[in-house]
Design a protein around this ligand. Structure first.
Ligand SMILES: [Zn+2]
Length: 434
């Protein structure tokens, strides 16, 4: 999910707080010493469990991936894709390319057909980040990853149901923070501000209680400096859901009638650049894409993350903006689930101040008149923070959402007709306004 002016206004004051807190806290000495030692070097934060020990990923992981969409597979994939070694996946950076290597390695292993320009890849020009304090991109280009699972119907296989996620995130900072203090402050700030726009931020009493909590953590482990924006939810969750969905289709004997177009867009965080490039320079016939399902941040949305949140909560945007029929399919397939999700349309409202409809890759499909459905478990306190890590993902719910989206893709690809468009198409060269 791309950062937006409206978010900056809310998040900036909160971002400043943790540094002030660090100065005042007992962590000061160790942080200062560590900073002096590390200079501006990249500081990783071990993705630890609650006991403070970093778990061995190899020991926790299953022996191999299962063809089905499973919680164990999603967890294992996400811990790899959002690992500190990917350095926050800033589009075009060495870390991002490493993440794409994992992705392409899996597609190759699964025998899924490449559909880019150069194998799975499509080169996309990007611009280096200008955000102060962020690492500049290593190159001024990056890559979309594109694959196709061919349909089984001789005629309908010429049409595509597209599924998308974004592979990039925002990289790393040169100003490390203590992970635990940051998280404690973000949670308090989120409870006070994020969910209630009229609140004023943590009170002196709340600050004191945060300090007590962090101090008690200090008795079991030292300050853990963190500078990497792992983007586990944003959009590691979508990217790995898409890979699990691809695996499920590729390993199943029964293929849907229409083909499935799988696109891991790059540079979403720089302004939806990869999706814009792909739709302006498509590698399949654009007018044969009958629908697009966009998956960007589906790993959170618990009650503590969002008002009205919980184990079934997910927000949905977009389908009824072009096709009432596609919107109906989205709800029908959900209702057929053993435990249906609670599809929340609040963010899809015209004129919603967050403008989420304009803030992820699906918009570039919609501007060409393709019906889209955008799934997202909402903004949370770790959004675009170093604390967006795999250890905070709601795995059972993430798994159910992924299974549902797999079924939605199959259902859409098997319908006799493409979703009927009954609303006016936008101007492809116009500006997005929700
Ligand atoms: Zn984002």
């Amino acid at each position: 999910m791309v950062f937006f002016g409206v978010q900056l206004a809310t998040l900036k004051p909160r971002l400043i707080v943790p540094y002030r807190f660090l100065k005042a806290s007992r962590a000061r000495t160790s942080v200062a010493v560590a900073l002096a030692l590390t200079g501006s070097a990249l500081v990783a934060c071990a993705q630890s469990g609650g006991n403070g020990a970093a778990p061995s990923r190899a020991a926790a992981a299953p022996a191999s991936y299962s063809p089905a969409i499973t919680e164990a597979d999603l967890r294992r994939r996400l811990y790899i894709f959002a690992d500190d070694s990917m350095q926050g996946r800033d589009a075009g950076s060495v870390g991002h390319e490493r993440a794409l290597t994992y992705l392409v390695g899996e597609l190759t292993r699964l025998g899924i057909k490449p559909a880019g320009v150069n194998g799975y890849y499509q080169r996309v020009p990007t611009v280096p980040r200008s955000r102060a304090g962020a690492a500049p991109a290593d190159t001024s280009w990056s890559r979309n990853v594109i694959a196709v699972i061919e349909g089984s119907d001789p005629t309908l296989k010429a049409e595509y149901v597209a599924l998308g996620a974004h592979s990039d995130h925002v990289g790393f900072s040169r100003r490390p923070v203590d992970h635990d203090s940051m998280r404690a402050f973000l949670q308090a700030g989120w409870n006070a501000i994020g969910r209630d726009p009229n609140a004023r931020g943590p009170s002196p009493e709340q600050r004191a209680s945060i300090r007590v909590n962090v101090d008690s953590l200090r008795t079991i482990r030292p300050a853990r400096l963190d500078s990497i924006y792992n983007g586990a939810d944003d959009d590691g969750s979508g990217a790995m859901a898409l890979l699990e969905i691809a695996e499920a289709f590729a390993t199943s004997a029964a293929k849907p009638k229409r083909s499935l177009l799988l696109v891991w867009h790059t540079a979403e965080e720089k302004g939806l650049i990869g999706a814009e490039w792909f739709m302006d320079n498509p590698t399949v016939a654009r007018n044969k894409i009958v629908a697009q399902i966009n998956i960007d941040m589906i790993g959170r949305g618990a009650a503590r993350d969002v008002k009205g949140g919980g184990d079934d909560f997910i927000t949905i945007l977009g389908p009824k903006r072009l096709s009432s029929q596609f919107d109906q399919w989205v709800r029908d397939v959900n209702n057929k689930q053993a435990r249906p999700l609670q599809l929340d349309y609040e963010f899809d409202r015209d004129g919603h101040p967050q403008q989420f409809y304009c803030r992820s890759d699906h918009y570039h499909y919609a501007r060409y008149g393709i019906p889209i459905a955008f799934f997202f478990t909402s903004i949370h306190e770790d959004y675009h923070q170093v604390t967006d890590e795999p250890q905070y993902i709601e795995y059972p719910k993430y798994t159910r959402i992924t299974q549902y989206l797999h079924e939605l893709a199959a259902f859409t690809a098997n319908q006799p007709n493409a979703p009927v468009i009954d609303k006016p198409k936008p101007d492809p060269n116009g500006t997005c306004r929700q």
